[in-house]
Design a protein around this ligand. Structure first.
Ligand SMILES: [Zn+2]
Length: 245
């Protein structure tokens, strides 16, 4: 086994420069050639995505909403998602097989941001927002799982897959009112009795790709809290920017 692995990595070391000569690594978004220090997406493209500042109006509104609801204890997000914006274009322009790789990169950004803002040692496990079983089979991947993989590489916390189950495939929420959204995802998630001991008394970090109203992540949180979770922290790669008055 060890010998096999050594042989494989030896071959990889010999092949990799040839591969990079024939197929130089390009930015997934703008197709420019990547520098040695860049991975998947170039520095310029990352820089063009509007970053969130913890004191921003949108963050305040979301935190207040979550505090009122009494479920989510802390909330963190990295970038602004705008219809037709760079972040959306970046996600849509990615090829099917590249989306997980991009998700992991994005997850590393979330991990670094959290490390700078909170005590990450207190987190017991990362929980991706699950997709409905059939939807995941159809799509072949869950973007939130890829984000968790990236966060785990930075924070060194375990990822708890299939801790929470999505019981129904919720319809697209874009055209629903806040109340309709809550009804739509209200009881969509469940922690199976077999997994309850993994949740009880724990501090969990729920991860989603894009948060618009927060109703989905609130629903996952309710399922975790009703199963005995001590603290739930929510993180997303992006949030929809709210108009500041
Ligand atoms: Zn680029």
């Amino acid at each position: 086994m060890g010998g096999f692995l050594r042989t494989r990595s030896f071959i990889a070391i010999c092949i990799s420069p040839v591969k990079e000569f024939l197929f130089p690594p390009l930015c997934f978004s703008c197709n420019n050639r990547l520098a040695d220090t860049e991975s998947r997406v170039c520095h310029t493209c990352w820089q063009s995505i509007e970053k969130i500042h913890p004191d921003d109006h949108t963050v305040h509104v979301m935190r207040e909403r979550f505090l009122e609801d009494g479920s989510i204890d802390e909330f963190y997000s990295c970038y602004y998602f705008q219809e037709g914006g760079v972040f959306q274009k970046l996600v849509h322009s990615l090829k099917y097989d590249a989306i997980t790789i991009f998700g992991i990169e994005l997850g590393k950004h979330i991990g670094a941001m959290m490390k700078a803002q909170t005590d990450v040692c207190a987190i017991d496990a990362l929980v991706p927002v699950p997709l409905y079983k059939l939807k995941q089979r159809e799509r072949g991947y869950n973007q939130s799982e890829a984000l968790c993989q990236g966060i785990a590489q930075v924070l060194h916390r375990p990822v708890a897959l299939s801790l929470v189950k999505r019981l129904k495939n919720t319809v697209s929420q874009t055209h629903l009112s806040a109340e309709e959204r809550n009804q739509n995802v209200g009881d969509a998630f469940e922690v199976s009795p077999l997994n309850r001991h993994l949740v009880q008394g724990k501090t969990l970090l729920i991860v989603d790709d894009v948060i618009t109203t927060g109703s989905t992540i609130q629903s996952v949180t309710r399922a975790l809290k009703s199963s005995g979770a001590a603290k739930v922290i929510a993180a997303s790669a992006a949030i929809a920017k709210l108009d500041s008055k």
